[in-house]
Design a protein around this ligand. Structure first.
Ligand code: SF4
Ligand code: SF4
Length: 611
C-alpha cells in the first residue's frame, strides 16, 4: 500500500510538498476532495486520484475551479470534511461561490488550497491570493516546508471544522515542489459530520440573509483573530532591537539570509504561519521595544501595509521597511535577494551577488510542443491555409506553446477558456478573419459558454477544438470528454461533437490533423463559410496514447538520400526530432514519435520500421 496511506505515526518519510498536503488531509480525516489541476498544485489531486480506490474518501476532477468549489460546498454542507484544490488563477474562476461560502460557512469543514506561482513559472500572472483570503473573509495558513505542508493542512481542517468556516491553505511553487523530511502523525478515518439540516436563513443567501451573515462572518473573524494570537503556527525567536516579520516560503529565505549574515540570534523574528486574521496583539508586543522592523514577504506588500497601519494606529514608533525601499515587489524571492534587502535595510555592506554559475554547454531548450504532437500538425495546416491573413486567438494548454515561430499560432491568450470569446470580440471590431484555438479540457473548463455566446450573438470566427483526448499539460488528468483514464475507460463520456451541435453550431467538422491533405481541405471549406464554424481536430496526445492507451511507435521517419537541404520542414514545421548535421537534415529516431506528418511534407522523408 502507498506509504501515504499505510505510514504510521512517528515514521519519517521524504515527501514532495504536495504529497505532504495529501498526508495531512488524510490525517485530518478528509472525506471529500474536488479539484481542477494546475501547476503548482497538480500533484495534490493526482495523488488523491491515485489513492482513491483505497483512501475511503470521495474524489473528483471537476470541469473547472468554480465547479470544484461548488461541489465542495455541497459536500461540506452535507457534513463531509472537504478539500478543494486549485492553482492561484483558478481562484479567480472560483471567486463567485468563494465570496458566498464564507458568509454561510462550512459545517463539515472546507479547506481551499490556493497554490500561488510567484515568478510565473507556469502561469499568466503572479497574483497573491492572500488578498482573496481577506476579500472573502477566510483565515489563511501559509506553510514554508514539507513538514508544515502536512501539519498546516491538518491544522486548517481542524480550524475549519471548529469554526465551521472555510480556511485557505496558501502555498507557493517552491513549497509545493520542494522535497523534505516529514514526520507522520496519527491517521483518522474520513470524518463525516452531521447530515445537512435545512436552514434557509443561513444557506439560502438572498439579500436579507447575506446582510445578517456578513455580521456573523465579521464576528467569526474576530474569534479567529483570537485563535491566531495563541496559535503555535505563529512564533517568535531571536533577540535584539531589530526585528523581521515574515510569512510563507519567505520565512525560509529569511532564515538563510540571517544565517549568512551571522544575525540569527541578534535579530528578533516573528514567523506568521497563521497569517490572517492578523494576530494584532502578538504583533503589537513584538513591535514594542524594536527600533526597526523589516517585513519579508514575497508578492504583494500585504503584511507591510497592514502592520504599518497597525503601528500607526497604536502609536508605536518603529521604522518599518520592506518592499517600499529594499525588497522587490515582483518575482520570486531567494535567500540572496532577501540577504541583499536585509543588508540594505540594516545599513550593512552589500555583498556582491554570487549566483551559482550556470552549467556550461547545455543545449538551449525553449518551451516547445513534443515531437509528434497533433497540435503542431494542426497549426501547420492552418498556417498553410490562413497564413498571416488571420488573427489567432489562443488559450491555456500545451497548444499555447505554438506561439513561437515557425507556427506563430497565438496573437492573444488571456486566461482559461477565453479564446472563443476574445476571438469573437476581436473579429467583430477588427473585421479580420479570426481562428480561435481551444483544447478539449479547456473547452469543458469554460469554453462552452464562449461558444454558446458566439452562436447566440452571430459572431464570425473559426473555432478549432484541439481534442487530444486528455488534459495533457498538467499531467494527463481526465475530463468529461475522455475515452480513457489511467484507471480504465470512461463509461460516462460527454461527446464534444454533440455538445458543439447542441450549442447551435451549423458547420462543424471532425478531422484528424495528422492527415495533412484532408485537414487542409476541411480548412479551405470552413474558410469559405461565415458565422461560427468549428473544426474538432481529433488525435490523442502521443505521450498519453503510449502511456495510457498502450499505443506502440512501430515506425520512425528518416530523411533519405536526395534531401537538398531546402529546410522547408525545419522552417515551417520544426518538429523537435529534426536537427541538422553537416548541412543535412536528420531525424532523431529516439525523439520521433512516428506521427508521419513530416512524411507528407517532403518526398525525401520516409517512414522506416523500427528495429
Ligand atoms: S504533451 Fe502531448 S499535447 Fe502536449 S505538447 Fe507534448 S505531445 Fe503535444
Ligand atoms: S514523424 Fe516527423 S513530424 Fe512526426 S514526430 Fe517523427 S520527425 Fe516529427
Amino acid at each position: 500500500m502507498d506509504i501515504l496511506l499505510s505510514g504510521q505515526a512517528g515514521e519519517k518519510h521524504l515527501l514532495l510538498g504536495n504529497e505532504a498536503i495529501v498526508r495531512g488531509a488524510l490525517e485530518a480525516g478528509v472525506s471529500f476532495v474536488s479539484c481542477y489541476p494546475g501547476t503548482p498544485s497538480s500533484e495534490v489531486p493526482d495523488t488523491f486520484f491515485r489513492l482513491s480506490d483505497k483512501g475511503g474518501y470521495g474524489f473528483e476532477y471537476s470541469t473547472n475551479e468554480k465547479v470544484a468549489l461548488e461541489v465542495g460546498i455541497g459536500a461540506t454542507l452535507g457534513g463531509a470534511s472537504t478539500l478543494v484544490t486549485m492553482k492561484h488563477v483558478g481562484v479567480n474562476v472560483a471567486a463567485d461561490p468563494l465570496m458566498s461560502v464564507a458568509y454561510f460557512g462550512a459545517p463539515g469543514g472546507l479547506v481551499l488550497l490556493s497554490a500561488d506561482d510567484p515568478g510565473c513559472h507556469s502561469s499568466q500572472n503572479e497574483q497573491d491570493n492572500r488578498y482573496y483570503a481577506r476579500l472573502a473573509g477566510m483565515p489563511c495558513l501559509e506553510p514554508s516546508s514539507a513538514q508544515e505542508m502536512k501539519d498546516m493542512t491538518r491544522a486548517a481542517m481542524d480550524l475549519s471544522r471548529q469554526f465551521e468556516q472555510p480556511v485557505m491553505l496558501r502555498t507557493s511553487t517552491r513549497v509545493n515542489h520542494q522535497r523534505g523530511e516529514v514526520v507522520f502523525g496519527e491517521m483518522q478515518p474520513p470524518v463525516q459530520g452531521a447530515p445537512f439540516v435545512s436552514d434557509p436563513r443561513r444557506f439560502v443567501i438572498v439579500p436579507a440573509v447575506a446582510r445578517a451573515r456578513h455580521k456573523i462572518l465579521l464576528q467569526k473573524l474576530e474569534e479567529l483573530r483570537q485563535e491566531a494570537e495563541k496559535s503555535p503556527l505563529n512564533k517568535v525567536s531571536g533577540q535584539g532591537d531589530v526585528g523581521c516579520i515574515s510569512s510563507g516560503v519567505s520565512r525560509v529565505y529569511l532564515k538563510d539570509a540571517l544565517t549568512d549574515l551571522d544575525l540569527l540570534d541578534k535579530v528578533r523574528v516573528l514567523e506568521l504561519g497563521f497569517s490572517y486574521p492578523l494576530p494584532e496583539k502578538m504583533i503589537e508586543d513584538f513591535l514594542r521595544g524594536l527600533s526597526k522592523v523589516i517585513i519579508v514577504e514575497e508578492g504583494e506588500p500585504i503584511l507591510e501595509t497592514e502592520i504599518s497601519a497597525l503601528a500607526h494606529r497604536l502609536g508605536i514608533e518603529v521604522e518599518i521597511h520592506g518592499k517600499s525601499e529594499h525588497l522587490p515587489h515582483f518575482d520570486e524571492y531567494s535567500s540572496l535577494i532577501v540577504k541583499q534587502g536585509l543588508s540594505a535595510a540594516l545599513g550593512l555592506p552589500q555583498t556582491a551577488a554570487k549566483p551559482c554559475p550556470a552549467p556550461q554547454g547545455l543545449p538551449m531548450r525553449p518551451p516547445n510542443m513534443c515531437p509528434g504532437c497533433p497540435h503542431r500538425a494542426a497549426f501547420y495546416s492552418v498556417r498553410q491555409v490562413f497564413g498571416d491573413e488571420a488573427l489567432y486567438s489562443s488559450d491555456i494548454g500545451c497548444y499555447t506553446l505554438g506561439v513561437l515561430p515557425p507556427l506563430r499560432a497565438a496573437d492573444t491568450c488571456v486566461c482559461m477558456g477565453a479564446s472563443i470569446s476574445t476571438g469573437s470580440g476581436l473579429a467583430k471590431v477588427s473585421g479580420r478573419t479570426v481562428v480561435a484555438y481551444i483544447g478539449d479540457s479547456t473547452f469543458f473548463h469554460s469554453g462552452i459558454t464562449g461558444l454558446a455566446n458566439a452562436v447566440f450573438n452571430h459572431h464570425d470566427l473559426l473555432v478549432i477544438i484541439l481534442d487530444n483526448k486528455t488534459t495533457a499539460m498538467t499531467g494527463q488528468q481526465p475530463h468529461p470528454g475522455v475515452e480513457h483514464t489511467s484507471k480504465g475507460p470512461n463509461t460516462a463520456r460527454v461527446d464534444i461533437l454533440a455538445l458543439v451541435k447542441a450549442c447551435g453550431v451549423e458547420h462543424v467538422r471532425v478531422q484528424n490533423p495528422l492527415n495533412m491533405k484532408a485537414t487542409k481541405e476541411v480548412l479551405e471549406e470552413l474558410k469559405a463559410l461565415s458565422g461560427v464554424r468549428v473544426l474538432i481536430a481529433e488525435e490523442p496526445c502521443p505521450l498519453f496514447a503510449r502511456r495510457v492507451m498502450g499505443r506502440k511507435r512501430p515506425a520512425t521517419a528518416v530523411v533519405e538520400e536526395g534531401c537538398d537541404g531546402c529546410n522547408e520542414c525545419m522552417d515551417h514545421l520544426a518538429c523537435p526530432a529534426f536537427f541538422t548535421q553537416d548541412g543535412k537534415m536528420v531525424i532523431n529516431p529516439d525523439q520521433c514519435n512516428g506521427c508521419m506528418f513530416c512524411v507528407q511534407l517532403c518526398e525525401h522523408i520516409k517512414p522506416r520500421k523500427r528495429s
